[in-house]
Design a protein around this ligand. Structure first.
Ligand code: FPP
Length: 240
């Protein structure tokens, strides 16, 4: 394994990952698409452990987008089943390791059984403080921003909010991620140079690391490489 980044100033506080390439991995191995997602589940476990080892405080994983509902029924059902398994089987262990589970997205879109499992895992891990694992489920950034704008407009309509007082913080406080710092590092696997409707507001100043490695092949070493790449960047936030 590559050497962990020891300089805490250079360790990102929040890492967000677009886990891509499960389908291509399955194709490469002549397996059904769902086997790719199953293999991807193992990478999730490895990356959570690596994030804890490196002292990352928040890890957001793009597990299911609003657009993903359009995939074939069989794949959607398979992914939901997998999600339930992860929540039931892995979370107990992650909980013991100090992981607090959180979720962002249109959670009411999820099947009831998944939602119940999710709520229970969130409740059980609420007091953990080592790593916040944030699953983006039925997540879409434009929907998130639209919902925030709607809520803000309601506050204006009822007279609770003066339009003149609306600033960036008002928007930030109405997103699913309220209270969570913006990602410092965005990782995308499988080589695509896209942000795919993921945390568009929150990644404004994030460093982006794209690796050709497919998500099921992504593990501790690749995570350490991404962190090392981040540590080499000079962040200026628009300054000089
Ligand atoms: C993208 O690969 C991946 C997904 C849409 C699902 C991510 C799910 C997992 C990693 C497994 C379960 C983990 C959790 C936390 C539930 P793709 O299918 O778009 O790949 P492709 O672009 O190669 O077809």
């Amino acid at each position: 394994m590559a050497k962990p980044v020891s300089d805490s100033e250079k360790t990102p506080q929040h890492v967000a990952i677009i886990m891509d390439g499960n389908g291509r991995w399955a194709k490469q191995h002549k397996l059904p698409r769902l086997s790719g997602h199953e293999a991807g589940r193992k990478s999730v476990k490895k990356v959570v452990q690596a994030a804890i080892a490196h002292g990352v405080r928040y890890l957001t994983l793009y597990a299911f987008s609003v657009e993903n509902w359009q995939r074939p029924r069989e794949e959607v059902q398979g992914l939901m089943g997998l999600l339930r398994l992860v929540l039931r089987e892995e979370l107990a262990e992650m909980g013991r390791e100090g992981v607090r589970l959180r979720a962002i997205g249109r959670l009411h879109d999820l099947p009831e059984a998944v939602r119940e499992e999710l709520e229970s895992a969130i409740e059980k891990t609420r007091a953990n403080t080592k790593l916040d694992l944030i699953l983006a489920l039925s997540y879409g950034s434009r929907v998130e921003i639209t919902e925030a704008v709607k809520a803000i407009a309601q506050h204006v309509k009822t007279g609770q909010l003066d339009p003149e007082s609306i600033d960036e913080k008002t928007l930030t406080d109405h997103l699913y991620t309220r209270g969570i710092p913006d990602p410092d590092l965005l990782i995308r696997t499988s080589g695509e140079m896209r942000v795919s409707n993921f945390m568009l507001w929150q990644i404004s100043y994030a460093e982006i690391h794209v690796t050709p490695v497919l998500w099921p092949d992504f593990g501790k070493e690749q995570f350490a490489e991404a962190l090392a790449d981040y540590a080499r960047r000079e962040r200026r936030f628009g300054g000089v």
